[in-house]
Design a protein around this ligand. Sequence first.
Ligand SMILES: CC(C)(COP(=O)(O)OP(=O)(O)OC[C@H]1O[C@@H](n2cnc3c(N)ncnc32)[C@H](O)[C@@H]1OP(=O)(O)O)[C@@H](O)C(=O)NCCC(=O)NCCS
Length: 310
Amino acid sequence: MFSEADILNQVARLRTEIAQQDATALERFPFAFYAAYLRDVQSDAALVVSLSHHFRRDQRYRRICRDWDSAILNRFNQLAMAELLSDARDRLARRGFSTAIHNLYETWFERIFDDLSRQPLSYFQFDGLSPFRFDWSVCCLKTVPIGGANVVHFRRAGMPALWGGGPAQFYRYLRCLIFTAGGFSPFCVIHTHARFATMADPSRLEDGYLRIAELLQRDTTLRGLYRRGWMLDPAVGKISPHLACLRQVPLENGAEFFPCRTTKHDLRHSLTRSPLRQRLYESGTYRPSAAAFIWPRQAMLSWAAGKGAR
Ligand SMILES: CC(C)(COP(=O)(O)OP(=O)(O)OC[C@H]1O[C@@H](n2cnc3c(N)ncnc32)[C@H](O)[C@@H]1OP(=O)(O)O)[C@@H](O)C(=O)NCCC(=O)NCCS
C-alpha cells in the first residue's frame, strides 16, 4: 500500500521530469489553476462519459491545449493525478461507503499509483475514451468501482433503447422509465473499459450488482440501474456461460430488457477477448447484438435483500 511519502516522492519525481523537459514550464503553466479546474470539471460533469465533450467545448482547456504540446500536457496530467491521489484516501474516508466499496476504491487507487510510473506518457490524456479519464473520475470519487473491470457512474438512462425496436419499444421504454422507474435520471450506469478487462473476475460478477444495490441504499434519489452492452444478448450466455448471469440475474429479478442497435464498438468488444466468440462469428454462428435494461431500484433492492446483501 502506497504511503504519503511515496506520493510525495512521485510528485517530486514528476516535477523534476517536467523541469528537465522545460525548465520554466511549471512557472509559466498555470498548474494550480489547471489541477483545480480538472477537479472542478469532474464535479460539474459528474460523469465520465461527458468529460471529453466538456473539455472540447471549454475555452480555457482548449487554450491550454493549444499553448502546450501534448507531451508536456500529459506530464501535467500525470502530476495532477499524483496530487489528486495524495488526499484521495482522506476524501474516501469521509464519504462513508460500505467496507466492500471502500476496499475496491483502495485497490483502484493502488493500481493508479503503480500506473504513475508504469504507463507510457501517452496514457495520461483525457482524449477520446481514454482509460485515464476513468482513473481520474474514480480518484474524484465520482465514478465508483464495483469489482473486477466494472465501474459505475451516475447519469440519465441511455437513449439507444428508445430507437432500437420500433414504435412499440419506444413507448415501452418511456413507460418503463416514467411509470416504473419514476424518471429518466439519475441512474447507476455500469461501464466496463477494455483497458481493465484483465481485472475481470467472472466468478464475482454478481457481486457487482450487490455493490450497486448498496449505492441505491445510500442515495434514495437513484432510480435504479441502467446497462447497455453486447454481453446482455441471450446468445452470449449460451456461448460464454460465465457471462450468463449478467443478463440472467436482472432478467429474473424485475429488470426490463430492450434490444438496441448494434454498433461497431459492440462488434469489436464482443470478439476481441474471446477466441471462441471470434470463431463462431467467423463461421456465421454468432452475430453480436446489443441490448439494454432498466432495473428499477425497488426490484433491485428486493433482490439484494433476498441475497442477504453479502
Ligand atoms: C466484459 C469483459 C470484462 C468480460 O471479460 P471476461 O470475464 O474475461 O469474459 P470474456 O468472455 O470476454 O473472456 C474471454 C476469455 O477469457 C477466458 N475466461 C475468463 N474467465 C472464464 C471463465 N470463468 N470461464 C471460461 N472462460 C473464461 C476465456 O478463455 C475466454 O475466451 P473464450 O471465450 O475463447 O473461451 C470483457 O469481455 C471486456 O472487457 N470486453 C471489452 C470491454 C467491453 O466490452 N466493454 C463493454 C462495453 S458495452
